[in-house]
Write a protein that binds this ligand. Structure first.
Ligand code: CA
Length: 425
């Protein structure tokens, strides 16, 4: 789910690894023996890249054969593989400035995606009836995933996944990912679920209208129209049914909300942001209420939710429920889950966020973020390693510093506050 028109949007600080609908690496293959691979003999030698790649191929083929894959099939697939330079380039690209979350969320529900989604909902209504009946996952969420992943099947990547994944498996920082996904691809082909000539992917190996990486494809794709082929590339029923199956297996709760915008009482303790889940009743007792003077429905009180404010205390504040976490199993990113929800609600004619974002804020550059982490460490707010990636640990440190200065402890940093932090002795 990585190479597509949305790719520039995916360079957000809140985004994690490019593994859409990712099967966790740990459960890659049940048949995998626990022995470790032999030390790569090509790594030390002064060989050309092509020579090293050829040695990797023969070693991979041997490893796959030892795992029980049909050696002739592995050879047919791996021997013609080519190094995919474009995939390496994409993997290396590190944006200087990450976009603010609102640019991602706004773009998720832009006019073209909204209009496209409305047409797709109408065109596929019978398919959606059948999918909802079987998997209990709502059509607006599925349509939204389809729209954000591939612009409804228009942008599915133009890579051959064997080349892209072999390139990653060969050398670099994604060798384990690449090798595991190649095994998953072998499983897929061996099962007959897909044909080799169908294989087209993003640069990171994600396939079809819902961008399943091979392990996810193997474990969760369904042949919804029962024609004998799991066609996530051209068959809407298979693609949407597979996405529904994935979300259902990860715990989607039919009829429950994904997220709800809230207002908080003055003097609210912002350090509760990103903290533990609490029931809606507990949040109410802490001064959190629905936006715009609305009331919670009577059965909402016991639902568990987390409070987030990705644009800080001046931006929208949201309670996120179990279904929000399920969307993050598809792509482990708060921005993504918010984008999916905002588009899905817009497709239902509803607006889920009414408070505007602090749009005039200037985001931190990658170097700024490293400087911030160094400074927080110096000041005794331990945020661990200085990597320029602002995760929950860094935000925890920001909150502690904000609290010490009497600022709202929302864990949110922009240039004005950054200047105050850096000026502190
Ligand atoms: Ca099918």
């Amino acid at each position: 789910m990585w190479s597509r028109s949305l790719a520039p949007l995916l360079t957000l600080s809140l985004l994690a690894l490019p593994a859409c609908a990712a099967t966790p690496e740990a459960k890659a293959s049940a048949s995998e023996p626990s022995q470790s691979a032999p030390a790569p003999s090509y790594a030390r030698a002064a060989l050309t890249q092509q020579e090293r790649f050829n040695i990797w191929k023969s070693e991979f083929i041997a490893r796959a054969a030892m795992k029980g894959y049909d050696k002739a099939m592995v050879e047919r697939l791996i021997l013609p593989a080519k190094i995919e330079e474009r995939a390496l380039e994409r993997d290396k690209t590190q944006p200087e400035f990450s976009k603010p979350i609102w640019s991602y969320v706004d773009n998720a529900a832009n006019a073209s995606r909204l209009n496209g989604g409305r047409s797709k909902l109408a065109e596929n209504s019978a398919t959606f009836d059948a999918i909802e009946a079987r998997y209990k996952v709502p059509r607006h969420i599925l349509t939204s995933i389809w729209g954000l992943e591939t612009a409804y099947g228009k942008i599915m990547g133009d890579y051959y996944p064997v080349n892209a994944l072999a390139t990653f498996a060969f050398e670099g920082r994604r060798t384990k990912f690449g090798e595991n996904q190649l095994y998953a691809l072998l499983d897929l082909l061996q099962s007959g679920a897909v044909r080799q000539d169908q294989l087209i992917s993003s640069w990171a190996g994600a396939m079809g209208m819902t961008q399943f990486i091979p392990a996810t494809f193997r474990d969760y794709a369904v042949d919804f129209d029962r024609d004998g082929n799991k066609d996530l590339w051209t068959n809407e029923a298979d693609a949407l049914g597979s996405a529904a199956h994935y979300l259902a297996r990860h715990g989607w709760r039919w009829g429950e909300p994904v997220m709800a915008e809230v207002a908080v009482d003055s003097g609210f303790d912002y350090s509760l942001i990103e903290g533990s889940k609490k029931s809606v009743n507990e949040w109410t007792a802490l001064g959190v209420r629905p936006i715009g003077g609305q009331r919670w429905s009577t059965d909402a009180g016991f639902l568990e939710a987390k409070l987030i404010a990705p644009g800080g205390h001046r931006g929208p504040k949201l309670l996120t429920f179990k279904n929000f976490d399920v969307i993050k199993k598809y792509n482990n990113s708060t921005s993504y889950a918010m984008g999916i929800t905002v588009l899905a609600e817009a497709l239902r004619g509803k607006s889920v966020i009414s408070t505007d974002w602090p749009r005039s804020d200037k985001p931190l550059s990658f170097e700024n973020k490293k400087a911030m982490q160094r400074k927080l460490n110096q000041l005794g707010f331990n945020v661990g390693g200085v990597d320029g990636v602002v995760g929950s640990g860094t935000r925890k440190g920001i909150r502690a510093w904000q609290k010490s200065r009497g600022f709202p402890a929302d864990g949110y940093m922009e240039q004005t506050l950054f200047a105050q932090l850096m000026a502190q002795r």
